[in-house]
Design a protein around this ligand. Sequence first.
Ligand code: HEM
Length: 402
Amino acid sequence: MATPTSRVRAAAGALLVLAVAFYAPLSFTYFWNGHSGPNLQDDVFKLLISPTFAFGHGSGHDVRPDTHEAHFATFASTYVTMWIHSVVGTTALVAGLSQFSERLRRARPGVHRTLGKVFLLCCLGVAATAASYLLQTPATDVFSGRVFEEVLWILAAGTAGLALLAFVSIRRRDLVAHREFATAAFALICSAGWLRLEWMSVSLFWQPGKEMLNLFGIQFAATFLITCSMLYVQKFWKGNRRADSPLATTGALRIAAAVGAPGIVALAVLAATTTDWSAPHAYWFTPGWAPVVVGCFLPYVVHTAWLARMARQAQQRGNGSAAAAWRTYLAGALVAPTTGALAYGFGVLVHGMNTQEAWYMVGYLWGGTLVLAYVAHATVTTRWARRATPTPATAGGELQPA
Ligand code: HEM
């Protein structure tokens, strides 16, 4: 009989399939009309959001006041790279989605394995083409500016790193680690589609244009995507996970809180003393406190409290392996304010960003720290688990639900 949890999972799976079915044709055909479009995505968003959103201010088709060219001009010299990028990225999305089908995994293990290889190779291809584009394009010419350029570098490194970790762990027959790394790699591959869904949902009540919506979206992107990974992989923990991770002890949580505290103080002081909320580069940024409070502070507090609750509930249920995982993720959240403050400093000191622009680095690095906590947990606990507990059930080397 279907339980509430299995119904939620089925609904989430169906939504994911619909989201991929919506975005895959748009990204696959993105560069089919030449480097400056317009393309299918523009036509769809013209219809679903507005003509201004698709072609007006901040859309990529509008002429920038500083360069007197549309953003699409940046693709003139990187056209082939980006054509490959969008096609390989779409292939990764579709091949990655298929890996979540337990029916396919059981019925056609060979197909599952082949699509898994395609997915991992495409992750590397997406990251390599992204890096090539970023190396050839000045940071200020990247869509949504320098902050977004940093985010894309981190995303490229994260996607390639997770794909390699997934590959290495399956070569070592470490199935639990493989599933966790591959799930997170797929979550990052979903980031392009996730931003489009964010455009559509936020545009219902706020229409600042694509460039600004990208910057607002990155405050939540990594956190949302890695949280989905955490919720998905938790069903495989039972019996496959050690409960005594050194990253999940009370001492580790205290250290994490001590590391994060100076970050909270630094960010509070920076927020209180920032005066140029209406940044000179108004082309990309809206003035005011709202983006920082709504896009950074409130979500951080709510999400961290939720992680603490998940850890406590797992502990109360006596589920040690789940408690270890949630406590490690919580430790990541506690460290995050300091990572965010360091990212802010990096933006100001290395890129010469103004203080308002640098704020957009903070939220993304909060999510980035959660991804690191997830990777740390996967690495530490599975390496130990391999010594002490049997490898999870396998059939022909295929992953099976625990
Ligand atoms: C996960 C790692 C990824 C990284 C690091 C990455 C990086 C990039 C970069 C640097 C650009 C150019 C930004 C600019 O316009 O200035 C870009 C654009 C693009 N990417 Fe990706 N990408 C990733 C994943 C994907 C995936 C999975 C898809 C397809 C499903 C995709 C589809 C596209 C498309 C269609 C564009 C063109 C225009 C735009 O949307 O900005 N990317 N990406």
